[in-house]
Design a protein around this ligand. Sequence first.
Ligand SMILES: NC(=O)c1ccc[n+]([C@@H]2O[C@H](COP(=O)([O-])OP(=O)(O)OC[C@H]3O[C@@H](n4cnc5c(N)ncnc54)[C@H](O)[C@@H]3O)[C@@H](O)[C@H]2O)c1
Ligand SMILES: [Zn+2]
Length: 367
Amino acid sequence: MISAAASPIHLHGSRVLIGAGLLDEGGVELRATLHHRRLAIISDSNVAPLYAARLAATCGTPSPTILTIPAGEASKTREQWSRLTDELLDLHFGRDSAILALGGGVVGDLAGFVAATYLRGIPVVQLPTTLLAMIDASIGGKTGVDTRAGKNLVGAFHHPVLVLVDPTLLGTLPVEQLRNGLAEAVKHAVIASAPDFVWLATNTDSIIRSGGPGAALADHLVRRNVQIKADIVARDERETGVRKILNFGHTIGHAIETLSGFAMLHGESVAVGMVVEARIAARVGIGDPGLPEMLIEVLRQAGLPTVVPAAMSSDAILEATRSDKKAREGLVEYALPAKLGVMAGADRGFGIPVSDAMVCAALDNSR
Ligand SMILES: NC(=O)c1ccc[n+]([C@@H]2O[C@H](COP(=O)([O-])OP(=O)(O)OC[C@H]3O[C@@H](n4cnc5c(N)ncnc54)[C@H](O)[C@@H]3O)[C@@H](O)[C@H]2O)c1
Ligand SMILES: [Zn+2]
């Protein structure tokens, strides 16, 4: 039974459908959206053996071509983009074809970029398989690859025509990847919804467990988070204003992730980043002083880190925030929470310049 087919979430002309069973029963939706397009499934070496044949089966005949990349961030490159586009060209995929991106954020970003550029653009359907991809990466139309100068520096906006989210696929996701995605759910709750924060705090243990959350919990978790992200993206597609609030925790988080040499997961880095940035907000006098402790409690319960790694000096972190692509000249701008569910600085585009001294004090306070 597809529980949610009747209530899609709409975003930029595409529909996001969430429901248990969509991997096996999504064929009807795919045909209704893509008609008779020739299909290529792009997936990775972990996800393809688990789910690609099931997706292919619901697509019917002719059976889609399955293209697989090695699992992991190291595959989000122009080299893999070249290989995939060359393979599609060799197989004579034309403008009447479409890409089905089956995997986590790595597959979603890379396959989305293939679709954005192949023959100047063909449709892509996102079928996210990690919590992070279900609630974040598959929503919002950002696609791209990493470069030696930094992550995500070459890419394009290319909204999927359809997003099919089957939360039961979380059942095979390793616990550390559930944690990784939960950090973004905590972020969504802080920036947009106090009740969702309370819900998360109550249900963390049931979400972060081997075998994934139960069906009802997974459905609620994914649906609420997709709704929050889609609402924000719908209000601001090109990151000129409100979309900036999605960067909460990410200015410090990216710096920590980079300095760790990507040994820390994105969600782990963002968890620490949220604690530090909530402290910055309190220090500059715009944020609830109780928020850092509330965050620490829920993040700890999820098994996510809440202190700055001892090996990283505050100066090194500050320096790394300056090279983040979101930094403007002079002071680095932050997206800071006023209190649970409300971000500060609505009157000035949500970007709040903060002095190095304030950032350093908040970092030192988070060790
Ligand atoms: N486009 C955006 O707006 C956006 C937003 C956030 C993150 N991202 C990008 O997303 C990427 C990270 O995505 P991710 O965290 O999903 O990582 P990922 O795609 O590398 O997946 C994590 C791991 O889980 C495995 N996996 C995926 N689904 C599985 C399943 N159901 N069962 C078992 N194993 C499974 C993968 O093979 C991989 O080993 C980064 O490159 C990041 O830049 C993009
Ligand atoms: Zn993130």
